[in-house]
Write a protein that binds this ligand. Structure first.
Ligand SMILES: [Zn+2]
Length: 694
């Protein structure tokens, strides 16, 4: 018999199922193909289920090690495969990946339901919690026990069998609906673009047109220039296009995403999601879904959230109305004979800003080259936390535009890898986010985290550098702040790592980091002209900083109205929102929404609250965190040095490195020495002074 093993080439192993022979054991993206995912998930589910069975069948009396720590160790493969998969789903998908995503989201719900509702497992956790005082646990272990118990309890582990069965059905259906919600949104974004002929470019900067050409290239429309529905293309277009008709077209397409009555329409999904959430909250014993969600947050109750939002809403609305009158006056001054419409706001407020503050975004963009801003973000982190960054060209990535840096700690040891995927492309969903391919932990030895920032900046055309708008630069710092929360994490247990904190606390590290971006000390050094290398001129810097508070009424109204409608969706009976558009209109009338301003996220495109439940009844979180970040930066101002080493050390120890190992309120008070004062937020947004009557 011939030795056949010499003749047939061996089937290449599934790269998701073998140990990764790459530097830092990072995912070998070039080898991973869509067809590898389902078999890998299959194996991962089986492994995890076996690990859970081993815990529940353990004849030994439950203790912290054989139950809580064992749970923390379980599911390694599932975590590993999921991280790679969801990175691709969000940042570089294709039809095959999206098809698999539908299957995976369902399988994921089916896998987790029996674990989270496992009565034996929950019994072991509950007994430990009951006897926690006698277990001599460290503070982190005590927190982990409490969080684990809460997680299982809130998932319905203590319910009767019938209720559990219904909860499982609801979870499966919600997983399906959330996935299709985001697929619809992506499809509506991919299907639409506006071609800019030579006559359609009035008011647009050269860099905008270059970017519009790059966007056309990316969609195989070489030689043309297009506006896509990416926010980072839409907002600058609305700000600068002198063509009112085209602004209207782009605005309407942007705000109609997911609401076009086509195959991508999200209205029906919203109705069903809200009704299922309401039902599940009822099964778990809560009057509303918001009450259920907010119990496990810093805010604790819908009333506390509404209190904060209303406190901000009144001055913001007053400011926006005064601004509206000023914009209408400007239109009249120019001889315009029309009422300000939502697609005019950004355009005329930019004009007003140029006239009043003598500043326009286009003037500063040449000083905000992406590379310089990355350098600035890194430098601030070095000064605050003693970490350094060195680019690595040998780490596999999912797209050639992705860059990777090795991050080293003060003592020179590798602390993390940081992946930056900065440019918009049609395979990426819109927005900007931080995520990880692997989280920090040290349960079985130090694990170096792999932290990602994904943005949608417009790529420079023909090898020109990408020039950021002030908002983009702020986004870069924001996501990098989340990144630091992941990279500086210093906890033992994986489920407490980095950003595993309450949703209304998680924006503190990111929003706080934005403060450094707008400091003269930082801009003078890093905002250099991309061609001449000249630093940002003094007067432009001064005007830029003054212009920061401009249009804050609009920005605040746009945000708070979205947060309020999220809260209403989840506090009112689901039956009230059976007609989503009518509900939206009614709510906007109720709060006195200025007609010239649209919600930052209309319901049909509100992925934060409908693509999954992460920000459901939680969109307010950004503002809750802002109360803390505005107040927290004051600690550096009071020290007279924005890099003050003593304050920076507290910030590192209490906020950036502690992950979910500490109660967030206690963490904040440890850092600041007191509770946050909400006035700092209104002051920062320039909303403390009452606007003059127009
Ligand atoms: Zn954020």
């Amino acid at each position: 018999m011939p030795d056949t093993s010499q003749m047939t080439p061996p089937t290449p192993a599934n790269p998701l199922l073998v140990a990764w022979q790459t530097p830092f054991s990072t995912p070998p993206f070039a080898e991973i193909r869509p067809e590898h995912f389902l078999p890998a998930f299959e194996q991962a589910f089986a492994d995890h289920s076996a690990e859970i069975a081993a815990i529940t069948q353990d004849p030994a009396t439950p203790d912290f090690a054989n139950t809580i720590t064992a749970l923390e160790r379980a599911g390694k493969l599932l975590t590993k495969v999921s991280a790679v998969f969801y990175d691709l789903v969000s940042a570089h998908s294709n039809p095959a990946i999206l098809e698999i995503d539908k299957e995976v989201s369902l399988r994921m719900a089916r896998h987790w339901n029996p674990i989270m509702m496992n009565a034996v497992l929950f019994g072991r956790i509950a007994v430990l919690r009951e006897n926690r005082k006698g277990l001599s646990l460290t503070a982190e272990e005590m927190r982990l026990l409490e969080r684990t118990y809460t997680r299982f309890h809130r998932a319905g582990a203590g319910l009767g069998e019938d209720a559990k069965k219904r909860m499982a059905e609801i979870n499966e259906r919600l997983a399906h609906l959330g996935t299709s919600f985001s697929h619809h949104l992506l499809a509506d974004e991919q299907e639409w673009f506006l071609e800019l002929g030579d006559d359609d470019r009035a008011g647009l900067s050269d860099s905008f047109v270059a970017a519009a050409k790059a966007a056309a290239d990316e969609r195989g429309l070489s030689g043309k220039a297009i506006v896509t529905l990416s926010r980072s293309a839409v907002e600058p277009f609305l700000k600068s296009s002198a063509r009112r008709d085209l602004r209207e077209k782009v605005f309407k397409a942007f705000t109609a995403r997911g609401d076009n009555g086509n195959a991508n329409d999200n209205n029906a999904a919203i109705v069903e999601i809200l009704s299922l959430r309401e039902e599940s909250a009822g099964i778990l014993g809560y009057p509303t879904y918001a009450a259920y969600r907010l119990e496990d947050s810093m805010a604790k109750t819908p009333e506390a959230v509404r209190g904060l939002l209303e406190r901000v809403w009144k001055p913001a609305r007053a400011r926006a109305l005064a601004d509206r009158d000023a914009l209408q006056a400007l239109i009249a001054e120019e001889g315009g004979n029309f009422a300000l419409a939502p697609w005019d706001w950004r355009y005329y407020s930019e004009k007003l800003r140029q006239a009043k503050a003598n500043f326009d975004d286009a003037a500063i963009k040449p000083y905000l080259a992406l590379d310089h801003m990355i350098e600035a973000a890194f430098d601030c982190a070095s000064r605050l936390f003693g970490i350094s960054f060195a680019e690595r060209k040998d780490i596999p990535v999912w797209h050639p535009d992705v860059r990777v840096w090795e991050v080293r700690g003060r003592e020179g040891r590798p602390k993390a890898l940081f992946y930056g995927d900065y440019f918009a492309r049609s395979s990426k969903r819109s927005g900007a986010w931080m995520t990880s391919l692997r989280d920090q932990q040290k349960l079985d030895g130090e694990v170096v985290p792999l932290i990602l920032n994904i943005c949608n900046f417009v790529k420079g055309a023909d090898g020109e550098p990408s020039l950021l708008s002030p908002d983009d630069a702020r986004t870069l710092f924001h996501e990098f702040g989340h990144g630091l929360h992941g990279m500086l994490s210093n906890v033992t247990y994986p489920s407490l790592s980095g950003t595993s904190v309450f949703t209304d606390f998680v924006e503190l590290p990111s929003q706080l980091y934005e403060h450094w971006q707008e400091r003269p000390e930082v801009l003078q050094r890093f905002a250099r002209h991309h061609q001449t290398g000249e630093p940002l001129p003094e007067d432009l810097l001064a005007r830029f900083l003054a212009a920061r508070k401009f249009n804050q009424g609009f920005a605040t109204v746009e945000f708070v109205s979205s947060a309020l409608i999220d809260l209403e969706f989840h506090t009112q009976p689901a039956a009230a929102s059976r007609d989503v558009r009518a509900f939206e209109r009614a709510e906007m009338t109720k709060i006195g929404m200025p007609e010239e301003i649209a919600l930052r996220h209309r319901p049909q495109q509100f992925g934060h609250i409908f693509s999954g439940d992460h920000y459901a009844a939680g969109y307010y979180s950004y503002m809750w965190s802002e109360v803390m970040d505005a107040d927290a930066f004051g600690a550096f101002e009071e020290a007279g040095n924005i890099f003050d080493p003593v304050v920076a050390k507290r910030l590192h120890d209490d906020i950036y490195s502690s992950g979910g190992s500490v109660d967030p309120e206690a963490a904040y008070v440890a850092f600041r020495g007191r509770e946050p004062e909400p006035e700092a937020l209104l002051r920062r947004r320039g909303l403390l002074e009452t606007p003059k009557a127009a």
